[in-house]
Write a protein that binds this ligand. Sequence first.
Ligand SMILES: Cc1cc2nc3c(=O)[nH]c(=O)nc-3n(C[C@H](O)[C@H](O)[C@H](O)COP(=O)(O)OP(=O)(O)OC[C@H]3O[C@@H](n4cnc5c(N)ncnc54)[C@H](O)[C@@H]3O)c2cc1C
Ligand code: FES
Length: 277
Amino acid sequence: MYPIRKVEQLNNEVTRMEIVAPQVSAKIKPGQFIMLRIDEYGERIPLTMNDCNPDAGTVTIVFQAVGATTKRLRHLKAGDCLLDFAGPLGRPTGLEGAARVAVIGGGLGTAIAYPQAKWLYDQGAEVDVITGFRSRELIILESEIAAHSTRQIIMTDDGSNGNKGLVTEALRRRIEEGAGYDLVLAVGPLIMMKFVCLLTKEHGIRTLVSMNPLMIDGTGMCGGCRVKVDGAYRHACVDGPDFDGHLVDFDDAMSRSKLYQSFEAEAAGHECLIGRD
Ligand SMILES: Cc1cc2nc3c(=O)[nH]c(=O)nc-3n(C[C@H](O)[C@H](O)[C@H](O)COP(=O)(O)OP(=O)(O)OC[C@H]3O[C@@H](n4cnc5c(N)ncnc54)[C@H](O)[C@@H]3O)c2cc1C
Ligand code: FES
């Protein structure tokens, strides 16, 4: 069992949770993820390491309550336990050698991109973090990013933080100002990552994206997480989740991501009683 040490609401939709999992904490690297199961009735879901403290044996996850499992998870409290917390899974993000980097986070993607920004900054790289949210109330991790970046630019769709626009507009501005990035890392909605990649391709900047297709086993066996990269299907759980963004077929990924929408909507309002008294 994996005890929950701390739970914090970052906003109405997003929760930060610290889990005691010493073996995972000792090994997990930026870009890797875990698969958790709340209890024996639960589904396995993949969540990315947001932070870890090997000395304390803890791993921090940040998640958005979007469906059946994440809505249950957000109601757990410090002292409760998770049945499974398997990891580290996936490959660490290939960040070695990058010196001037733009890390782009769209919404919850900000939490997934944060450990990479932190690692790069701690290694001495110049790191601009550009994040985008629907509105000011949804902004997350502002102070954590401020402590681990050279520059933080926060965009909102409605301009409620005084900075209206898309992350791609801010990225284009920085590129045109001569930021001289040798790497862009983008994590967020598929449509956002697609447009970041179109922009960076124009400027010949190496770009990594974090793909999050539906995953079932997380170990390369079910084939559920296939992503088309450079014309061939790869498994995001073992070959990724990060890929060269200029080679990813985003249109294929977007159509695959809608395959199970009706089942997910049903599960969100359904309590499974099979096997219970
Ligand atoms: C490698 C990886 C890392 C991830 N890391 C995080 C993370 O750190 N924090 C976080 O909040 N989420 C993360 N996700 C997404 C997370 O796994 C899903 O939100 C979760 O599985 C939804 O489960 P559910 O039962 O609550 O919702 P479901 O009922 O299964 O789905 C509800 C809604 O969420 C969407 N959804 C389902 N699965 C995914 C998915 N894999 N990616 C995006 N949308 C999905 C569905 O399309 C649907 O609209 C990650 C996904 C992957 C593949
Ligand atoms: S989740 Fe099953 S192969 Fe990747």
